[in-house]
Design a protein around this ligand. Sequence first.
Ligand SMILES: [Ca+2]
Length: 128
Amino acid sequence: MDHRQSGEFHRHQRRRSSLKLPVLDPDGTALSSPLLQVLHTLFTEFDKDQDDALRHEELDHYVFSTNGQHPSDEFLSAMGQRFGANDKGWLTKEGFLAFYLEQTLGDQDETRKDMAAHGYDRWTLRKL
Ligand SMILES: [Ca+2]
């Protein structure tokens, strides 16, 4: 095939292989089930002591793995207070999901970028 045909072939292949899954449900008001699945997996992975909450060390590890920066203790506490914490002040799984709902409603690309940082394809939400 000549150069032009080859380009079209590759474009076609790319389209076929890029099944883009939604990060929000059809109403646009809740997280989509494929994204929820990934978030549940990530939460479990980072909840080392399995108490269904991310203590500061665990949440710091998550944030650092996501964007390469260590947040302050104030930031970590504020996340729990704002989105949902247990009686120790640690961010709960519900809080973690509430954070992602707010972020995703505001900026879907930001959430896709976060998933990519954790080794997921940002469009198909599959582990790479
Ligand atoms: Ca924990």
